[in-house]
Design a protein around this ligand. Sequence first.
Ligand SMILES: *[C@@H]1O[C@H](CO)[C@@H](O)[C@H](O)[C@H]1NC(C)=O
Ligand SMILES: *[C@@H]1O[C@H](CO)[C@@H](O)[C@H](O)[C@H]1NC(C)=O
Length: 228
Amino acid sequence: MEKHIQIFLTKISYLSIAVSTLILIFIFCFQPPPQTCINPNSNPNQKSHPLSTCHVSPRPITTVDHKNHRLWSTNTWRKSVSSFTSLFINLQTLTNISNHTHSLIMSAGGGQAVMAMHQIGVVDVTGVEVIDSPPLVSRADPHNLPFFDSVFGLGFSVELDQALFPDRYVSEMERTVSVGGVIVVCVQVCGDDEVNDVLKLFRKSEFLGARNVTVMASKMTMIVVKRI
Ligand SMILES: *[C@@H]1O[C@H](CO)[C@@H](O)[C@H](O)[C@H]1NC(C)=O
Ligand SMILES: *[C@@H]1O[C@H](CO)[C@@H](O)[C@H](O)[C@H]1NC(C)=O
């Protein structure tokens, strides 16, 4: 008698396991795809913003986008970017930078020079600054760049005269720019003596030229060297 009961109970537990498995399979296979949790960044065509609680992660990005949109539409920003654009076009006559030159912008601030590079068609631009400004500028210490040797074809800075350790700053540019590449620094407008002082910081480069330019409404002297 007890044995019969035991067999009966065993059968019941097998049955319930089978039923729950079937229910789980049903839930997994026949549930409609969730429609409210789609990341809008994954689909550029989706314009609507579903109002649901599972939709929290994109919000900070929207805030950054919004902030950038406001910053990028100011007159000051546009003037800065266009001053860099003319400078880079000017630079193309002095050097061989092309749309495919991997470019490093040191002390990139909010990313004006990075945006200008993109505008003239340079595809691969890395902007670094002590404080990051996504999406144009990442955070890095200019005295200790987080890049391998010789990865860039162009190094650019308008902040060398603000550097804490100019010697170290320049040697990091020379380390990360490959032989044959070009390094461009803009310093406060100056004469030949000062240009020579700046050139002394470059131990692995040869002088290509210097000219006076206007960057972000300041008169500056642009010094161009080639990495050797
Ligand atoms: C640019 O390219 C030309 C021809 O390929 C070469 O003679 C010249 O040295 C290059 N200039 C620089 C700055 O690399
Ligand atoms: C570089 O890119 C710009 C903008 O996309 C384009 O107008 C220009 O023709 C490109 N230059 C070369 C040499 O491909």
